[in-house]
Design a protein around this ligand. Sequence first.
Ligand code: FES
Ligand SMILES: [Fe+2]
Length: 408
Amino acid sequence: MQRKVQVDVARRFFQYLEGRTTDYARAEMPIPAYTYFDEKYAMRERNLIFKRRPIVVAHSSEVREPGDYVTSDIVGSPVLVVRQEDGRVKAFSNVCRHRGAKVVTEEGGCGATRFKCPYHAWSYNPDGSLRGIPFEEGFDNIDRDEYGLTELPCDERHGLIWAIATPGEELDIEGQLGEEMDLDLQAFELDQYKLVRKAVFDEPMNWKVAADGFLDPYHLQFVHPKTVGPFFNTNVYTLDVLGPDVARLVVSRKSIHDVRDQDPEEVEILPHIISNYILLPNTFVAVEPKHFEVWTISPHPSEAGRCKITLRFLLRNEPQNEEEERYLEKNWKLLLMTVKDEDWVVGRTLQEGLGHGLVEETICGRNEAPIQFLHGNLAAAMNGGEGAMEDADAPYPRTYGNLVGDLA
Ligand code: FES
Ligand SMILES: [Fe+2]
């Protein structure tokens, strides 16, 4: 985080804690309940948002050297990420050009010189080009140059590797992040960190139920009274919308009270805050004092009421001694307990409750501006997207109320 931002955030927190206030949206935002369970809506969301926008598919440390590779998916579309000889990364559709089997079935590996499809052993080079066809007389008439793995738009910045599940789409991560976000992330040196743990969860809730939970400084003391709740100030946050798809959400630890009488220009604020960098549509980078968590929350490929949540835990280095090992173990356990036994227990009840259609809409308060930011962004994409309003009778709202940046 840039120094000037630290000063600004410190100043705002000191004021907010004093005045028992926070950043507010201009108005409450009703969110239609069907956006959480309607299958047709979920399909539109997958097509208009998840197939068109950049999605984080890996951390740079998962593919360090040429030939290193990792498999991933974008809402069910299998993706293969490979570090190239020139140091750049490429992403491919992990689908064999012969008859469509998944080419690489393992999670990842190092120093590959080729990828072989398990079905009829067609093989591909690390740059995606077709390398070999067994019994190739059967394919006399095809142009082999045309049968490489399908390359997907891919970009790497701040240690995150993004891809778009549609070949040929334009991808400009630097532009999308914008200068402010870019400088903030740069200051954290996220690209110098290493992935030390990764977990994937299949949860019975719409992806937005889980996403809302990460954007919610209002629930901390209520849902987490024995885990993280006692360490954070509930319902106090700063939110800065830095672009149409990016925002900085910061919450404070209780320890901030110890430094509240200091000059914001002088105070060392980072140990007392947790920043959450919101990279829409579905990635949240949480900055803790000694580690990062990258959360990516994706819709299920065919069910509105299910999602896939990927957690990447990053440390500057693999733990070098027992103390660092303990730090990792303790934080990992706390994290899993907080989300699995607390957040998602409530999340499942939301999904059940909303899914019965007895409630037509939920209401997001002025003190829930980060959630409003997410839903405003999604509404704009759903309604501004090509073909989004082709069905004139569809109950999709043009906006949910306050759109991007519309903060009081
Ligand atoms: S489907 Fe891959 S080689 Fe046949
Ligand atoms: Fe929570």
